[in-house]
Design a protein around this ligand. Structure first.
Ligand code: NAD
Ligand code: DAU
Length: 361
């Protein structure tokens, strides 16, 4: 059966990598991206698939969804006109630091946006003769589980939610709505909770691209607090492969954790990036790049450690990550080295203003 997918947030980091993956592996499937093109959405991320016959793009807001009897909103129209059977929902405000500075947009897009999308999809799905072929995949985060102490076991699918930032609280709210739509309406939904992604097309404000770009520009590398916070890193292509497996084989109503089995302290990750850059980049403005490391004021409420137990996905659906952190970081550094045409335009006035505000606190 060929699918007809609506990918929300497909012009962002993970969404774009997912679209590349899907168009390459399933050329007979229809893929329509709905993206508001916020500061984090970037059309050049989709250049690779623009000529692809089965690809479509709509600029619009996921909050422009079901509005009541008789009113056809943007999302309703797309679902009907494109006969969508699968939503892969990536659209979100995704940056913790921005959620601390300005939380309103996070509640709007992550909670209200997910709700309106669910309502539109429910109205659409209820009229179908074969409702079992439909799926709402909600792409969520490990941050909903809160923070771990050094000796705590990794998050499993049954770990209680305990979000600590406006970002993670808004994602937790959206997860609860998705869960409720399965239990109340039997809407076929699946939630995935993934650890930190890295790879090509990640917006420059996130840790890994920020460090790569600052090294190339000879700017300080701002490490929060003591640098000993731990994240579990997953190469984005492995995340996309996991979502592929979940869409094809996952069970509606279930949650699946996705992780890389790569727990690393931030300071150690930043030093590794410096070493790879020293090796791969000729003529760095400051060398060795480690000289740029600067400890700065900690992120308020900074979660200490995340770790994902992804055994359910491995044992039930046969997925495990294929790219080691050593390989993945080299590929990523190389990508930022070769793609300054991609990232330079993103260091806009808006970006500089955000940067000043975030790092001068
Ligand atoms: P991103 O910030 O790079 O991209 C988000 C995309 O959503 C952008 O293209 C943006 O324009 C779009 N968008 C924002 N608000 C919108 C709206 N109201 N309507 C339509 N489009 C809108 O995010 P990302 O890092 O690619 O993350 C994608 C998803 O994966 C998010 O839901 C995030 O919570 C989740 N996630 C991210 C990570 C990670 O490490 N980046 C890890 C786990 C889960
Ligand atoms: O765990 C999954 C989450 O990973 C996703 O849900 C989020 O969308 C994604 O942004 C990411 O959140 P983090 O807050 O973990 O990612 P970030 O890249 O912002 O930061 C990673 C770590 O690095 C974190 O401990 C904070 C630290 N950091 C970050 C920046 C930007 C610094 O020390 N200095 C920095 O300048």
């Amino acid at each position: 059966m060929s699918r007809r997918l609506l990918v929300t947030g497909g012009a962002g980091f993970i969404g774009a990598n997912f679209v590349h993956h899907w168009c390459r592996v399933y050329p007979n499937d229809r893929v329509v991206v709905l993206d508001a093109l916020t500061y984090a959405g970037n059309l050049p991320n989709l250049k690779l698939v623009q000529e692809y016959e089965n690809f479509g793009f709509v600029q619009g807001d996921i909050c422009d969804g079901y509005a009541g009897q008789g009113q056809r909103t943007l999302v309703d129209k797309i679902l009907g006109a494109e006969n969508i059977d699968t939503i892969a929902h990536f659209a979100a405000e995704s940056h913790v630091d921005r959620s601390i500075l300005a939380p309103g947009a996070f509640v709007q897009t992550n909670v209200v946006g997910t709700f309106t999308l669910l309502e539109s999809f429910r109205q659409h799905w209820e009229t179908k003769a074969q409702p079992e072929n439909y799926l709402f995949l909600h792409v969520s985060t490990d941050e909903v589980y809160g923070s771990l102490s050094p000796d705590d076991p990794a998050f499993s699918e049954t770990t209680a939610y305990s979000p600590n930032s406006p970002y993670s609280a808004s994602k937790a709210g959206s997860d609860h709505l998705v869960r409720a739509y399965y239990h109340t309406y039997k809407l076929p939904t699946i939630i995935t909770n993934c650890s930190n992604n890295y790879g090509a097309f990640q917006f420059p404000e996130k840790l890994i691209p920020l460090m790569c770009i600052n090294i190339l520009m000879g700017k300080p590398l701002p490490v929060y607090g003591d640098g000993k916070n731990v994240r579990d890193w997953l190469y984005v292509n492995d995340h996309c492969q996991a979502l592929d497996v979940v869409i094809h084989q996952g069970k509606p109503g279930e949650n699946y954790n996705i992780g890389g089995n790569n727990e690393v302290e931030n300071i150690s990750l930043v030093k590794t990036l410096c070493q790879i850059m020293d090796e791969l980049a000729p003529d760095l403005p400051v060398s060795p790049a480690e000289k740029l490391i600067t400890f700065v004021k900690d992120r308020p409420g900074h979660d200490r450690r995340y770790a994902i137990n992804a055994n359910k996905l491995k044992t039930e659906l046969g997925w495990s990550p294929s790219v080691t952190i050593t390989e993945g970081l080299r590929l990523t550094v190389q990508w930022y080295l070769e793609n300054s045409d991609w990232w330079k335009p993103l260091l806009s006035e808006e970006y500089q203003a955000y940067y000043r505000q975030n790092y001068s606190q």
